[in-house]
Design a binder for this molecule. Structure first.
Ligand SMILES: Cc1cc2nc3c(=O)[nH]c(=O)nc-3n(C[C@H](O)[C@H](O)[C@H](O)COP(=O)(O)OP(=O)(O)OC[C@H]3O[C@@H](n4cnc5c(N)ncnc54)[C@H](O)[C@@H]3O)c2cc1C
Length: 476
């Protein structure tokens, strides 16, 4: 089948999925007004592949039909470069604001399929299931999302020691056709707009938690699977008043499994703690690289926003403002360099190191910190401009429009353009959409203290310590 059109993608969402938002069941997600903006954005991403097949697709190994670049198992440096350029073009297309654009999970299933030997180490059928699943996603150009984390109920206890052992997703019983599972997963971004849900391993499991060491994938309209979404941020305020919310609100949902059948052929890890705990860290080269590329796209956007604001209100002549923006540019360029270096690690298959230092440091430390810095800078630069942003309706009212035009213009912009710029900034950092963006980046890779602490365990830490030991022992 190969790549789909945007319309084909939209049509594919008209199935029997069970989605709740603000207390109501949504029968057809494509007709729910707050979902229209993001669905159109996703459809545009599908159309983009049709418009740029040379840049964004490669011939399927199965039938030579064009398939998405993010499924490419790159064998040469040039092929890694091709993947990067494609993912960069698509991340730039939505300003890096969509953590779950399809490229991300495409990269994840590609990573997992290339690690099928590890998945199938004890039962080769499980590895083969992943390869077949990857091929199906690639050939049908499916939109995937994933869910990893257990409900947050009581983090001081393991999944088996919660008040009810079925709070966290686990098998109930086996049948000839597969495994019946029950429980929940805490968060699944993009779930209402995805074709498939991949339940992937994440939180380390311990001895006695075998039932919680499972991984599988299901179509989002599987009977018994329910998505309970957070409230939609897009309340119909439109392009002028909410320029980002109205296009990029990916949604997040609690995934509830009410005695759901997982067919055996969709099972990838089954009651195997060792494989569950090791597979993600062994095989995340393409996934992490895509996430870095997307994070870099967002930082470029935030830095450009800071520049526009400073220039609009005539502040960029001040040395301290130039220095603040300059520091941000330096960090974004540093990240750019690290992404390039990380790509080299992937090309040389070094990404299997745990953790791959260049990519992980970029993703787990530098991107969230730099995003925080960019947001703080935009707040500082903007002052009250960030707050006094009349609506499209205000500009349409002739009784007050002339005052707005007169008093809200900037050094370089008309009042309407200046307000539009500050509204963009407020949507990015002040509105629920923007607050979520920061929360997302901070928690993208899991508990940020855990991810950072992993660096303390790297072998080079001993080298650093030895330098000091040498000095302390000088002359002794
Ligand atoms: C916007 C957004 C979108 C997301 N999308 C997805 C998605 O699509 N799919 C998905 O699977 N997940 C998603 N996640 C979930 C993400 O993976 C988790 O947020 C992340 O793994 C952290 O888990 P948690 O939220 O349960 O926080 P917790 O692990 O409960 O951590 C909460 C806090 O407790 C601290 N803490 C941890 N251990 C201890 C301890 N021993 N003592 C004291 N404090 C401790 C942590 O450092 C942290 O500050 C998303 C999260 C966000 C915010």
């Amino acid at each position: 089948m190969g790549i789909r059109t945007g319309n084909e993608y939209i049509e594919s969402l008209r199935d029997h999925r069970t989605v709740y938002v603000s207390g109501s069941r949504i029968e057809d997600v494509t007709a729910h007004p707050p979902f229209k903006g993001i669905i159109n954005t996703l459809a545009a991403l599908y159309d983009l592949q049709r418009e740029h097949p040379r840049e964004l697709t490669f011939p399927s190994p199965a039938n030579k039909q064009p398939v998405a670049a993010s499924f490419l198992v790159a064998k040469t440096a040039a092929e890694v470069e091709f993947r990067i350029r494609a993912e960069q073009m698509r991340a730039d297309f939505n300003y890096g604001l969509m953590g779950r654009m399809p490229d991300f999970c495409n990269a994840l299933v590609t990573d997992l399929a290339t690690g099928s030997d590890d998945l199938g180490a004890r039962d080769s059928r499980l590895g083969a299931n992943m390869v077949r699943y990857y091929e199906q996603c690639r050939e049908e150009d499916l939109c995937l999302t994933h869910t990893l984390v257990d409900p947050q109920i009581d983090r001081s206890r393991g999944p088996a020691d919660q008040s009810d052992p079925f709070l966290v997703l686990r098998p109930v019983r086996e049948t000839d056709r597969g495994v019946i599972v029950r429980g929940a997963k805490m968060l699944s971004t993009l779930a209402p707009f995805s074709n498939e849900l991949l339940v992937a391993p994440f939180m380390p499991r311990h001895s006695g938690e075998e039932d919680y060491a499972i991984s599988f994938a299901l179509p989002c309209d599987t009977p018994g699977l329910k998505f309970i979404c957070r409230e939609s941020y897009d309340d119909g305020r439109g392009d002028f008043d909410r320029p980002l919310t109205s296009h990029y609100d990916e949604e997040d949902a609690l995934a509830v499994f009410e005695d759901v059948l997982v067919p055996w052929e969709r099972m990838f890890i089954y009651r195997d703690i060792e494989i569950y705990n090791s597979i993600m860290m062994k095989r995340l080269g393409y996934t992490q690289l895509q996430a870095c590329i997307r994070g870099f796209a967002k930082l470029k956007f935030l830095t450009g926003l800071a520049c526009h604001i400073g220039e609009a209100i005539g502040r960029t002549e001040a040395l301290h403002v130039r220095a603040q923006i300059g520091e941000l540019v330096a960090k974004v360029e540093l990240i750019h360099g690290l992404v390039r270096f990380g790509a080299q690690e992937v090309a040389e298959s070094k990404a299997a190191a745990v953790p791959p230092p260049a990519i992980s440091a970029t993703l787990w430390v530098l991107i969230p910190q730099t995003q925080l810095q960019a947001i703080q800078l935009i707040r500082e630069l903007s002052g009250s401009g960030l707050i006094l942003t009349p609506t499209a309706n205000d500009f349409a009212n002739p009784e007050i429009a002339a005052y707005l035009d007169k008093y809200l213009r900037s050094k370089t912009l008309s009042a309407r353009d200046r307000v539009q710029l500050f509204k963009l900034a407020w949507d990015m950092i002040g509105e629920p959409f923007g607050s979520r963006q920061l929360q997302y980046e901070w928690f993208y890779a899991g508990d940020p203290y855990y991810t950072r602490s992993r660096f303390y365990g790297l072998p080079m830490v001993q080298d650093y310590k030895d330098i000091v030991t040498r000095l302390l022992h000088r002359g002794k």
